[in-house]
Structures are given as C-alpha cells and as structure tokens.
Design a protein around this ligand. Structure first.
Ligand SMILES: *[C@@H]1O[C@H](CO)[C@@H](O)[C@H](O)[C@H]1NC(C)=O
Ligand SMILES: *[C@@H]1O[C@H](CO)[C@@H](O)[C@H](O)[C@H]1NC(C)=O
Ligand SMILES: *[C@@H]1O[C@H](CO)[C@@H](O)[C@H](O)[C@H]1NC(C)=O
Ligand SMILES: *[C@@H]1O[C@H](CO)[C@@H](O)[C@H](O)[C@H]1NC(C)=O
Length: 616
C-alpha cells in the first residue's frame, strides 16, 4: 500500500464530502426557494421533488439496513375525511441518539409507491417545514435545520377523498452518511372502512370507494384482461358486494398479474382447478391479518384445509382493506416448479370466508366457479360463473315441480273434486282418482330423481345441509310408502277400508307438511343461493295461496250443506268435506273457475322459482 494511494483515497473522500455538503446546501436552498416561490410557480423539478417520490436522500450512500432507532406514532388509528392526526417521529432506542434531518409523508397503504396524500400542519415551525410533494402543498414535512432532534410532531390532515388506509413513512438522517429510508410507520384507516365499524357515516363510504387511483376496476374486462365477476358485470370500484378476479400476462410472457377483491371478514381466495370439484387445486389467499393483508399461495389436495406453500414465489404484492372489502394484487411467473403452470386451461374458483388469527375457516358461502375453463395466459375474456352447481339446481327444480305443483294439485283434487266430474269416467275410473293417482306417482318419481342428485354432487352425505337433509330423507321414505300402501288398499266395501283411508290421509298430510318445511329449508341452503327475503316470501305466498283455495272450497261446500238437508254419516265425510247431497247443489261453474285460477296461480309460483334458479 503506497502512501500515494492512501492520499488518493483521502482526497477522494474529501472530494465526496465537499460534494455532499454542496448538495445538502442545494437541498436547503431549494427547500427555502420552494417556500417563497411555491405559490407562484409550483415545482416543476429539483432534487426535493425527487426526494419526495422515492424518499431517498441524494447523499450517495447506502441507506442503513438495520432496524432504525426511531419510530413513528400517531394519536388515532382511524380517521374520517378532513380529520387531523398528530404524527410523531421520535427516537425509540434505549441508547440515546438523535436525528438531524427527516422527510415524512403519508401514502395510500395499498400502494406505497403512489404519491403523498393529505397535507401536514406544523406544530414545531422552528424545527420543521412543509414541502410540496405531488400536487398538494404541505404533503411532505422535513427539517428546517440540521440541529440534533429527538422528537418531532406534525398534524396530518386527511384529504376529502382519502384512500381507505394510509401509512406514514419517514426517511430519517442521523448523520450525513447514516440514514434510514422509508421507515414504515403506523397504518391508519378510514372510519367506516373496518368490518367492525358501524356504517353510520355512509358519506365516507362513498368517498372511500371512489378513492383513486389504485382501486381495482372492471375497465378493460374482456379486452385487456380476463375477469370473473359476481354478480355478473359488477364494478369492484363502486360496488362493495362485487367479487372480482382478473389477470393479465405481462408483455414478455413471463408472468401473470392477478387482482382479487371481494367482501369478506376474513379472506378472499381464488383457485385454479382442473375440474369443478374442490380438490387438487392451486389456491391463492388474501387473508385479513388484523388490519393487514397477507397474500399467500396454497394447495388443496382434497376437501380439506389448504396447505400453505412454504415458498409461494408471489411478488409485487399490494393490498387494501376497507369497508369490509379485501383487495389484493400479486404477480407470479407462468412456470413455477411447485405450482400449476399458467399456460394451461383451468376452471377458476373464487371464495370468501372468515379467519381467526390469520387462520382461515372454511368458506360458508358456496364458491363461485367459472362456467368454462380458461387458458390463464390466453386472450382476455369476460368470464361468467355460478355459485350453484347444476345438479343442485336440478334438485331444486324437480323438487319444487313435484311438491309445489304436482302434489298440491293432487291434494286439492282429492279433497274437493271427488264428486265433481261424477258423470264421466277416465279410462274406466273416476276422473279425480285418475288425476290423483297419476300426479302422485309422477311426484314420487320426480322426488326420487331429485333426491339422488345432491348425493351424486356431494359424493355422499352432506353435513352442511343440516336439518334439510334429515327431513328430506323422511319425506322420501314416506313418499315411497304412500303408493305402496295405496296399491294394497282393501276393496271399497271392506270394513278395513276406513283404516286405510285414515292412514293414507294421515301419512299424506304429514308428508305434505314435512315437504313444505323441507322446501323452506331448501331455499335457504347456501348451495342454491336464492335471493334471501324473496324466496321465503314467495314460498309463504304459495302456502297462503293453497290455504286460501282450500278454505274457499270448504266454505263453498259447507254453505251448500247448511242450506240443504243435512244428516249423513258417510264414511267419506270424515276424510273429505263433500257429501253426495252437497255435491248435487254445487255450482259447477264456480268450482271450475276456482280450479283453473288455482292452477294458474300454482303454475305462476313454480315458474317464478324455476326462473330464479335458472338465473343463478
Ligand atoms: C384540524 O386542525 C386545524 C388547525 O389546528 C383546525 O382548524 C381544524 O378545525 C381541525 N380539524 C378538525 C376536524 O379537528
Ligand atoms: C416508539 O417509541 C416510544 C419511545 O421509545 C415508545 O414509547 C413507543 O412505545 C414506541 N412505539 C412503537 C409503536 O414502537
Ligand atoms: C362472503 O360474502 C358474502 C356475500 O357478500 C357475505 O354475505 C358473507 O358475509 C361473506 N363471508 C364472510 C365470512 O365474510
Ligand atoms: C407451457 O410452457 C412450457 C414451457 O415453455 C412448455 O414446455 C409447455 O409445452 C407449455 N404448455 C402448453 C400447454 O402450452
């Protein structure tokens, strides 16, 4: 080592230091200039605005990698538009230390690389000064001089249209060569944005959901990116109930960016699957982890809990969390050794659910599954999907046809129209009997087919169907017993005929009532997501419709009987409110009209449900 070399190095160092102090003077000068010129000219360039953006001091040294001896604190964790938050930057180490310079900003916590939001008001004007970062005067705050400081405070004022969550960041200069860049400070969130907060201040809800510029948007769905949305065509930027998944391949064809968002207390997830069943799927999870979102990849091998990948290889992650909506964005390479390759076609799943201490619980809401497979790296498509499996939809339609339409018609015929078409026969039997028998047999056949579908879909018994499944099995058993019993019935004149009649009526009524209960429970099943107040309301309407028709026909019969000479103890009387005598005085036009109107109404109720199920 020659002396000259040492001298060289020293000269070099001196040179660097001189250069550095010139630059810091320049920085100071610019800051000073800024204050006086800003109102007139604004800032078109200068080192200060550069520092504003990346928050790196132009000192030419590496920022310190170790944890900083400083921390940032706030006096509130939530805010409303226009609120003040006092932010402090202070020494937070046991060893006494200080800082000479700093730059503090507030940024959208979802995209920390965006520009500063809101503006500051000074509380120590001797130590601090305001900067204009981006378009807002005062959106940054920095030191006024290089005195040694241990604490600095400023009041941050939220903009009128704030992002859903804001994080404070600070670059702190201890000495010229010793500084920490972008020390992460606390995240504060817009009030009304948290799931626990009551939605009393809906104005902030509206402003927050229009917060630019990083909210996911449906613009470009089907043109520049592939999207899967639920409800169809919803807008994730304005509709808090919108489930949204989109993906785009980068220009180099190396990676895919995914965006996933949806309402959830705990997590939203997306999965790639080769089939429409859960199991052997490539899963991506965005979990609300106490106010932050953790983005991770997992694999589901069966109908079990996903196993988190030890190495998820997801990069470029960002997220936001507000109004009960989780939004997350991440990138992954098309080819990854431990994950599904993206140059293939998959069905896409989207689910949400609750989580506890970042452990996710099973989705209680049926996942949305794309109707078709989609090549992830393929041309953009606006996909559609459904939360209700086709087999379950058929189960619903067939059961409703059987019980809403067929059985209730057959019961009304047996109760009120026994003696109605008395003077005609149909294939050698009385018409009411032919109708009743044909319709009931049809209902049993429909029930049998419909009954087997959920078992095929679930590949076994579903614990999640709850009471619906148990009552359903009882109804199925009784439905099979009824026709068997009817085939074995004694001849009409037999003394045991009355026992049969009572049994048939009793079992039939019990089955009918249980089936109605079952239908009510069925329309509330999550596997067939019928609109909630609508379906029980329409079902109630249908039950009232049947009761009303029945009552009307009963009144009709009894009115006739009371006007007539009434003394008979026809054994059929107990079972059916008709008597031969009453029948003779009936007004056939009236009964015809009632029957036709009843059928029209019943058909209307059934079609409303079929239409609703078809549109799921
Ligand atoms: C915020 O602070 C400013 C200045 O101290 C004050 O004028 C304003 O009323 C405060 N706003 C709120 C919402 O407290
Ligand atoms: C920040 O530092 C202060 C002072 O050491 C300490 O009281 C406070 O708990 C720290 N806050 C955080 C969030 O670390
Ligand atoms: C999942 O989404 C549905 C539909 O928006 C919602 O009703 C439900 O509460 C969500 N589940 C959780 C656990 O957040
Ligand atoms: C996907 O890409 C890999 C690597 O480029 C290639 O070997 C494979 O054949 C591709 N698969 C499809 C389905 O295009």
């Amino acid at each position: 080592m020659g002396k000259s070399m040492e001298g060289n190095a020293q000269r070099h160092r001196q040179h660097r230091e001189a250069e550095a102090s010139v630059m810091s003077c320049l920085f100071l000068l610019l800051t000073l200039l800024m204050r006086s010129v800003a109102p007139v000219t604004g800032f078109s360039n200068g080192k200060v605005s550069v520092a504003c953006e990346d928050m790196v001091p132009q000192h030419g040294y590496q920022p310190r990698p170790d944890p900083p001896p400083y921390n940032i604190t706030v006096d509130k964790s939530t805010f409303s538009p226009g609120d003040n938050i006092t932010v402090s930057l202070q020494v937070a180490s046991i060893k006494p230390t200080f800082f000479k310079g700093f730059l503090m900003e507030a940024r959208d916590a979802g995209t920390l690389d965006s520009s500063a939001v809101g503006f500051f008001m000074l509380t120590d004007p001797h130590e601090s000064r305001l900067l204009q970062c981006g378009h807002t005067q005062g959106s940054g705050v920095s030191h006024r001089s290089s005195t040694k400081k241990t604490c600095i405070k400023a009041v941050w004022k939220s903009p009128q249209e704030p992002p859903l969550s804001v994080q404070f960041l600070a670059t702190v200069v201890h000495e010229y060569k010793v500084y920490w860049v972008r020390i992460p400070g606390p995240v504060v969130s817009l009030r009304g944005g948290g799931t626990a907060a009551p939605f009393t201040d809906s104005p902030s809800l509206t402003t927050s959901s229009s917060a630019p510029p990083t909210l996911f948007t449906s613009v470009g769905c089907g043109h520049s990116k592939t999207c899967l949305r639920d409800p169809v065509g919803c807008h994730p930027d304005s509709d808090p109930h919108c489930f949204f998944l989109s993906f785009t391949t980068d220009e180099a064809g190396q990676s895919v960016m995914f965006e996933l968002s949806g309402p959830a207390e705990g997590y939203v997830s997306a999965a790639l699957s080769l089939d429409k069943w859960m199991g052997n799927d490539d899963v991506y999870l965005c979990v609300n982890d106490g106010g932050r979102v953790t983005i991770s990849a997992a694999h589901v091998s069966g109908r079990t809990h996903p196993e988190l990948a030890t190495q998820d290889n997801l990069w470029g992650q960002s997220w936001r969390l507000a109004d009960g909506v989780i939004q997350c964005r991440f990138h992954r390479n098309i080819i990854l050794s431990n994950r599904f390759t993206l140059n293939q076609s998959y069905y896409l799943f989207m689910a949400n659910g609750s989580s506890h201490h970042s452990l996710i619980h099973r989705h209680d809401y049926q996942p949305l599954i794309s109707t078709n497979q989609q090549l992830i790296t393929g041309p953009p498509v606006d996909l559609t999907g459904s939360r209700s499996p086709l087999l379950i939809k058929f189960h619903g339609v067939l059961m409703l046809t059987a019980w809403m339409w067929t059985v209730s018609t057959a019961v009304i015929i047996a109760r009120h129209y026994k003696y109605f078409w008395l003077h005609t026969t149909l294939l050698g039997k009385r018409p009411w009997f032919q109708f009743h028998r044909t319709m009931m047999v049809l209902a049993v056949v429909l029930t049998c087919v419909a009954f087997s579908l959920p078992f095929i879909y679930r590949r076994g018994w579903s614990k999640r169907a709850g009471v619906h499944a148990y009552i359903g099995c009882t109804v199925m058993a009784l439905s099979v017993i009824q026709p068997i019993m009817a085939t074995l019935r004694p001849v009409p004149d037999s003394p045991r005929r009355i026992i049969f009649s009572w049994l048939h009526l009793g079992a039939g009524s019990v089955t009918h009532i249980l089936a109605m209960v079952c239908v009510f429970l069925g329309v509330a099943q999550q596997a067939l997501l019928l609109p909630s107040p609508w379906s029980p309301a329409v079902l109630t309407g249908w039950v009232l419709w049947i009761m009303f028709t029945d009552l009307l026909l009963l009144i009709h019969t009894y009115t006739l009987r009371n006007t007539g000479n009434d003394d008979n103890d026809d054994k059929e009387h107990m079972l059916c409110p008709h008597t031969e005598r009453g029948q003779q005085r009936e007004i056939p036009q009236l009964k015809n009209v009632v029957f036709i109107v009843f059928m029209i109404g019943n058909t209307g109720f059934l079609s409303a449900f079929i239409k609703a199920i078809a549109s799921l």
